[in-house]
Design a binder for this molecule. Structure first.
Ligand code: MOS
Length: 728
């Protein structure tokens, strides 16, 4: 059986007559396995005869390889092999996503993999890697993006420039204008579980247990690089300790583990040490963003321009879509959005949580705060005046947009009306107190996803898809979707994920995983309901399912009885971007509020409160959705105040590629964070009516904090992060 998505028709089982489980704040069903250590991550578990590997990186930030002398490394007892010059690596040409340059002469960046050492223990592998003598001819590199010219011929990225109306004329004729430039630094997708892979061969089939967000696309990439058909690769990623975009692609450790396992005929493990993840995993591009607004005397926007410069190396094809969140955000007839790229000799830039919106909303929402002050308006009032009725760029109707409700509820809950607009007006001892707000927006996508659902003769259900759970709650919400549809408590639904042999899903990226995979599960269940209806001689919408029993009119039959023939009922559901995705403009929204205290003597900033109200369509699980949001807000706190990937412009090396010096937020930095929903099921988004939530929390929250710092101090910081030196 196979059920394809037909938008506009919400599966009958999701109309509130089912198990009453969807949306509930159910605890993670994988939680006990995680806290007891039985959940197996990529580096855990030791296949027999395992060998360990360590990667050798380019020792200079630009230049070319002359020779590799591996004699000292090979001489170390316990070393099994030193591998370099593998012919599968494209020679000379740049490869994507931190791929190893095993057969490449020119380095793309410092730390690019050039060899891998395999040994009987991790200690020997790591020690021997230091003995590999990489002889190079060093060169000057382009290590400072601010000094590089825009690459006018670049054909990369997915967001073409937009130019509507006459922005220059509208700005020239505006009653009030703002022209401000903001900068954002490199952000690392610093997942707690480092990138790791265990690879082995079973006959001619390659098995890769790896920490990756998208099992199916990882399988395809590995097959392509290894030059074998995809059916001969199996990717296992049942548990992933955070991804944040950094595990959307296949990194060099995956390919090197596979090559090494083949070469030595044994299973091989590689885990990137934290400092290597900075070089072998992509990071968020630093940006320079110019925001311009023109308004009439009443604060109606007549011109809006968001123009940016991001960076990329010669191999990368991704361009940070900086204005993505600005495009549908505010009204205004004249509109210009574009992002240019400069080329650098640094590790690849790529998608990091909320690519575009995370940093684009920082600039535009700080700009709105500055504009409100110029106009003498309350910042929420200015946003309210410029709330569009339809997408102001595409003209499409919004599917659902509850942004005004988010402002209202957020303002009330936060106590916004008590704000004193004059900066520096509120003091608490030596601390200056300020509050700020910002809008949050993240585009909503539904992508192709498939799932198989089986109802077993014992009355349990099994959900299978190659979807991953990167800490987001996928196991739990898919159990809830199936449980709701089939009338089963979630402990009678088993969810199997993270195996590329299972039906292909969206994977975890772009905040589309839950809506897409959840819809595939719901559609499969709808087919199962139709089959149950046939067996009951009842129409599917007459059925009521609860606690493992099917009710039709006055009749009640248990699922187990309906499967008396001993055969499971198996159905396959497929979801994807339906017609409504084309017809409507879709996004998740929110209003972010922050209260900060700035020490008047030292300039230290402490965030005292963060509060957000969010419009995410249907809430699939109130606990895991809230966790996604507060996690995003905590990250925004860090990028507003501390996260700053610094490149040494003399060498092309990172100054701070570890947690000792790249400061993510820790518990002591993070205050009470509150997140609330205004729930409205979005039937245009997908069959389950859920919009994206995983990336929304990071959008706008940084701007709310920086706007609060201004309200506290009167100092406008336009360069993230807001460190002490910029306030004193
Ligand atoms: Mo996301 S940055 O697509 O994991």
């Amino acid at each position: 059986m196979e059920r394809m998505q037909d938008h506009a028709s919400r599966p009958a089982g999701l109309n509130g007559n089912g198990q009453d489980i969807l949306g509930h704040p159910l605890d993670r069903i994988d939680g006990p396995a995680k806290v007891t250590g039985t959940a197996r991550y990529a580096f855990e578990g030791t296949p027999e005869n395992i060998a360990y590997a360590a990667i050798v990186g380019a020792p200079v930030g630009a230049g070319r390889l002359i020779a590799i002398d591996d004699s000292a490394a090979r001489a170390l007892p316990g070393v099994i092999a030193v591998i370099h010059g593998d012919p599968r690596m494209p020679a000379g040409e740049a490869t994507s996503r931190g791929m190893p340059a095993l057969n490449s002469l020119h380095f793309l960046h410092f730390g690019q993999p050039v060899a891998v050492v395999v040994a009987e223990s991790q200690q020997v592998a790591t020690g021997a890697a230091r003995l590999v003598d990489v002889q190079v001819e060093a060169a000057e590199g382009r290590w400072n993006p601010r000094e590089q010219p825009v690459d006018r011929d670049a054909k990369i990225g997915f967001l073409p420039p937009i130019d509507i109306g006459d922005v220059d004329a509208a700005l020239a004729n505006a009653a009030v204008t703002l022209d401000a430039t903001y900068t954002t630094p490199i952000h690392f997708p610093a997942a707690l579980e480092p990138h790791a892979t265990t690879a082995w061969w079973e006959g001619d089939r390659l098995i890769v247990r790896t920490s990756n967000q998208i099992a199916g696309s990882a399988r395809n990439t590995i097959a392509q690089v290894m030059k074998i058909p995809p059916e001969r690769v199996r990717v296992l990623a049942p548990f992933v300790g955070g991804g944040f975009g950094g595990k959307t692609a296949v990194g060099p450790e995956v390919i090197l583990a596979a090559i090494a396992a083949e070469k030595i005929g044994r299973p091989v493990k590689i885990a990137l040490p934290r400092r290597q993840t900075a070089y072998m995993v992509h990071h968020r591009s630093p940006t320079v963003q110019r925001i311009r607004f023109g308004t009439d005397a009443d604060g109606h926007i007549t011109a809006i321009a968001h123009e940016s410069v991001a960076s990329q190396n010669d191999a990368g094809s991704f361009l940070e879509p900086v204005p993505f969140g600005t495009i549908p955000l505010y009204a205004g007839a004249a509109r210009r959005f574009r992002t240019d790229v400069v080329r650098v000799d640094l590790p690849e830039t790529g998608a990091v949580r909320a690519p575009g919106e995370a940093i684009g909303t920082f600039a535009v929402e700080c700009g709105m705060d500055e504009l409100a002050e110029k106009l003498g308006f309350d910042p929420i009032d200015l946003r309210r005046r410029n709330e569009p009725k339809a997408d102001p760029t595409s003209g499409k109707p919004f599917s659902t947009r509850r942004l005004l409700d988010c402002y209202d509820e957020g303002a009330r809950r936060f106590g916004w009306p008590d704000r004193i607009p004059d900066p520096g007006s509120v003091r608490d001892g030596e601390w200056l107190i300020g509050i700020g707000m910002a809008a949050a927006l993240r585009g909503n996508f539904t992508v192709n996803a498939e799932a198989r659902v089986s109802v077993l003769p014992d009355g349990r259900a099994v959900v299978e898809t190659d979807m991953t759970d990167i800490g987001t709650g996928t196991y739990t919400i898919l159990a809830q979707v199936a449980g709701e549809m089939l009338g089963l408590p979630s402990d009678r639904v088993e969810v199997r994920l993270g195996d590329s042999d299972l039906p292909a899903s969206a994977g975890s990226g772009g905040s589309y995983g839950a809506g897409s995979a959840g819809s595939a599960v719901a559609l499969a269940c709808e087919d199962i309901l139709a089959e149950l209806g046939r067996r009951m001689n009842a129409a599917p919408d007459e059925l009521r399912l609860r606690d493992g029993c099917v009710h039709a009119g006055a009749r009640t039959v248990s699922l187990a009885d309906l499967l008396r023939n001993g055969k499971p009922i198996v159905a396959h559901g497929k979801a994807g971007p339906g017609k409504e995705s084309q017809r409507t403009s879709q996004a998740s929204h929110g209003a972010q509020f922050a209260e900060v205290a700035v020490n008047a003597i030292t300039g230290e900033v402490r965030v005292r409160r963060l509060l957000g109200v969010f419009d995410i369509g249907r809430v699939l699980n109130a606990k895991t959705a809230r966790s996604q949001l507060i996690g995003g807000m905590a990250w925004a706190l860090a990028y507003a105040l501390t996260e700053d990937g610094i490149v040494d412009p003399r060498t092309g090396r990172f100054v701070n590629p570890d947690f000792g010096e790249y400061h993510v937020a820790v518990n002591a930095d993070v205050p009470a964070i509150e997140a609330f929903f205004v729930e409205e099921i979005d039937d245009s988004a997908n069959p389950v009516g859920a919009k994206g939530v995983g990336e929304l929390g990071i959008a706008g929250a940084g701007a709310a904090i920086v706007n609060a710092v201004y309200n506290a101090t009167g100092v406008r910081v336009r360069d993230m992060p807001v460190t002490v030196d910029k306030l004193l």
